[in-house]
Design a binder for this molecule. Sequence first.
Ligand SMILES: [Zn+2]
Length: 428
Amino acid sequence: MDVMEAIQMRREHAIICVIRFGKIKMSAAYPMQYNVSSVELNPPMAEMSAAYPMQYNVSSVELNPPMAEVDSFLALLPKDELALAIVDPKPLSIVSAVSEKDDFLKNTPRKTLSQLSETRQIAKCIVMCTVAAIDSDMGWYYLSCKVCAKKVLHVPNDTIDDEDDENSIMFSYYCPKCKVSNPKLLPRYKLHLIVVIPFPAIRVKIIKKWSTKIGRDHHSVMLLGDANGVTIQGSLNYALSLPREIELKEDDWVEILNFDIRYVFELHRTTKHKYTIKFNESSLFRKIQPVNGSNFLCCANFRGIKRGLYHPMYCIDLCGALVRAGDLIATKLAQPANIYNSILYSLEFSLINLGFCVAYGALAHRLNAFWRANTADVVVTVLRLWRIEWGEGGFNYATNMEGGSDILFDSNIPEIQFFKSQIPSIDF
Ligand SMILES: [Zn+2]
């Protein structure tokens, strides 16, 4: 029986095709991906069997046979009306198979292209992208061999019979798979689209914001955190002005649409995310209600630091009691960045358990002012996004980065309250 005919006759209903003694082909480029074309239902059965002559005598194809396996397979199929075998050349056939176009667009899960290629289940999903261009160099169709469906080659005809004027074609078609000259041809439509995939809007908290110089440009850098606790760094070139002059402040939650991403290459990182966000002219920011009350602190374990369990490339948060602070030291820089910043201030201090730390720049001033004015017996602090320096014998000291690091004294911070509660001998 002709498979093509059956599909066209029964297009509203699922046709279950049982192939006995079939052959599964694995794609060489994607070894875990089955080659779909080998079970494609387009070529009629006679041609399919011609393509696989080795199985011609043993293989059989049955359509909707009365078998328990067919019934259980039918039960597994999604209950929607989407026909699995779509042979209609009309591109809207997928949409028209669903009762409501709006329903389809709203209730169908969206997937990215990479999620789509990872999926191993029969599912309906939407991949949204913008067609930026059509690669017209490739044409809009190609000629395939009707038997094996492979693209045929256009080869010069070297066996021209001069006496036969009617057959004096200069080129002929050749199927490299069937190894046949001038096979039966079937045009197949294939447009090469260049697509732009928009990232969905992200809803994040601006955990920390600072400015830095990337190359020749000044950027506003932000550490962003989402509802799942995932953090990523974003940067906005000062040369770009934000639409509607929105002011982005630390601790604000924002929804962001339209941005670029690139791999992180920085030596010291505020997040383990391998990508960083770059905002562009079309980036849109909208202030939203806080999604949660998280402060995105994740305090490192002192023992773990000394045992080398924290990679020095990634910044850490530290909570501890200040036990010593030295004097503010001014160092004249040999090669200052500019005349206003020719002196670098530093302050050495110690945290209980961890030991030696060095604060530079503005944080040295802040710590110095706090420490001199402090009257409490125990000062518990959180060092946010500090670097760990390794030396010969292991852990050397903790220090701040030029931007991004912070030193917090607020006694309302849960981490500080917890640390204090772990010291029972002192009355606060
Ligand atoms: Zn062929």
